[in-house]
Design a binder for this molecule. Structure first.
Ligand code: ADP
Length: 252
């Protein structure tokens, strides 16, 4: 609608244009989401379909390994549905939060303990540098564990055997600053701004094969922001590792 003049009608026309623009953006986001979800469903579904066809035609052997392939894809679909549920709640600001005052070492420690075996299996060293006297933070410990699991899980996935991942924490200027630094594949300047977008993956086939649904960081950032914190990433470049920094306010 063309806006002429400065009277109330012009104001109305301006408001109308603004609303039309917002609606168009919402529609575009909706369209994009449906496209993304359809795309995510396609790969596991076509794998299941081809294994089933192979079984029916007698090309594939009727043995546990064949069924394990199907089970792996079904697990992937289940994880995707779970992640989508979380994502939709997170984007609507409806993630339930049970806040409590806890030591940061509690949720960091839980995540580290839960992944210790996987780090050992891959041969990636996991070091923690957590001072004893860190102040308590008011967080949902289960949600913060989830964020740490996402960051430490990614660090493990994108870091080669024989390298290391370091978790640090410090209190500074009324903030708790946690970092997860890996010495892995790193991120290019082009990828850096996108890693928190839903379904963004630098290397599509590779991370999908690793089981990631590409929404982990999107959800993590929502969780951290629901705590009035920030989650950011830096990387000196490809092949030079990445550092994720989680900042939480210390005062209530
Ligand atoms: P995914 O389930 O694919 O890991 P995430 O949302 O957790 O989804 O991460 C999004 C993308 O960001 C990943 O696919 C990967 O390309 C990139 N990424 C995340 N963490 C790291 C890391 N530590 N090093 C390099 N790339 C990373």
């Amino acid at each position: 609608m063309q806006v002429i003049g400065e009277d109330e009608l012009a104001d109305l026309a301006q408001a109308f244009n603004q609303m039309a623009h917002t609606l168009a953006q919402t529609e575009e986001r909706r369209r994009q989401l449906i496209g993304d979800v359809a795309h995510e469903l396609r790969t596991p579904l076509s794998s299941i379909r081809s294994v089933m066809e192979g079984l029916i035609d007698g090309i594939l052997p009727v043995e546990p390994a064949t069924f394990l392939d199907v089970q792996r894809e079904v697990n992937r679909l289940q994880r995707l549905v779970h992640d989508l549920e979380q994502l939709s709640k997170a984007e609507a600001g409806e993630l339930s939060m049970e806040l409590a005052w806890v030591k940061p070492t509690t949720f960091v420690g839980t995540a580290v303990a839960r992944l210790a075996m996987q780090y050992e299996d891959k041969g990636v060293q996991l070091h923690t540098d957590l001072p004893d006297n860190l102040p308590d933070v008011k967080v949902d410990p289960a949600r913060m564990t989830q964020v740490m699991l996402n960051l430490l899980g990614n660090a493990l996935q994108y870091t080669p055997s024989g390298s290391e991942v370091v978790v640090t924490a410090r209190a500074e200027a009324q903030q708790l600053i946690l970092t997860v630094q890996d010495s892995g594949i790193g991120l290019s300047v082009d990828s850096l701004p996108h890693v928190f977008e839903r379904f963004y993956r630098v290397d599509k086939s590779r991370s999908r094969a690793g089981g990631g649904s590409g929404v982990g960081l999107t959800i993590s950032r929502h969780i951290v922001e629901a705590h009035n914190g920030r989650l950011t990433v830096t990387s000196p470049g490809l092949g030079q590792g990445s550092t994720f920094t989680l900042t939480l306010p210390l005062s209530d």
